[in-house]
Design a protein around this ligand. Structure first.
Ligand code: DX5
Ligand code: ZN
Length: 221
């Protein structure tokens, strides 16, 4: 069974608590929280105080995606705010092994993400230390973009890499996940799908967005 992780980036920011409760009631597995710093990516979102407020609105596991330079500076406050999964970008971590081990020592699931232009070989040495690989299937920074054409092929190679290494890590895809793309991404080996606009932007509401994605992936429950 895949996990569906709605990305709060596409929600109504004036009603975050209600939006989180709506996806929880609609069958979401995780809540994906995109922290952006206006440096690593050309957009700004929110940080630990808003994550801490959301923590009081829902019991969904929090999957925090740190799209920031020097993510280490934000890690303690993000753990304190109630994250269960924290993902850093390989492009931002010169001491990736140390950062991932530190995350685990803090009691969260360590994850690593790669931009579309970053080769999978960049994470090869850290596979034994992670619980999640987050393959960016668009260039990070904004919701509502189209899937990058070679993304499916990259997911397939990532799946092979994890299998060869004997890793049980989740393989997440983030960006451009729609009813048209989810089937090939899951077929290529994704176990977690992050989706913003196709869930929060669905004309019949987020619950319909979640069930249509599951149906398109052949995973109705
Ligand atoms: C993009 C973020 C994504 C984003 C996906 O930088 O990491 O999580 O919310 O949005 P959609 O699903 O609209 O492509
Ligand atoms: Zn994300």
């Amino acid at each position: 069974m895949i996990r569906v992780a709605p990305s709060i980036l596409a929600a109504d920011f004036t009603a975050l608590g209600a939006e989180a409760r709506a996806v929880e009631a609609g069958g979401a597995d995780w809540l994906h929280l995109d922290v952006m710093d206006g440096q690593f990516v050309p957009n700004l979102t929110f940080g630990p105080p808003i994550i801490a407020s959301l923590r009081r609105a829902t019991s969904l596991p929090f999957d925090v995606h740190l799209m920031v330079e020097r993510p280490e500076a934000l890690i303690p406050a993000t753990v304190e705010a109630g994250a269960q999964w924290i993902t850093v970008h390989v492009e931002t971590c010169p001491h990736l092994n140390r950062t991932l081990n530190w995350l685990r020592s803090l009691g969260v699931h360590p994850g690593v993400s790669l931009n579309p232009g970053t080769p999978l070989s960049a994470i090869e040495e850290v596979i034994p230390y992670i619980d999640q690989v987050l393959v960016m299937t668009v260039n990070p920074g904004f919701g509502g973009q189209r899937l990058i054409p070679n993304a499916v092929e990259k997911v397939r190679r990532c799946r092979e890499m994890l299998t060869t290494a004997g890793s049980q890590a989740e393989l997440s895809v983030d960006g451009g996940v729609t009813v048209d793309t989810i089937g090939s991404l899951v077929g290529a080996g994704a176990t977690v799908v992050v989706a913003g606009s196709s869930i929060f932007g669905h004309s019949s509401g987020p619950a319909a967005g979640i069930s249509e994605l599951r149906a398109a992936a052949g995973q109705l429950r």
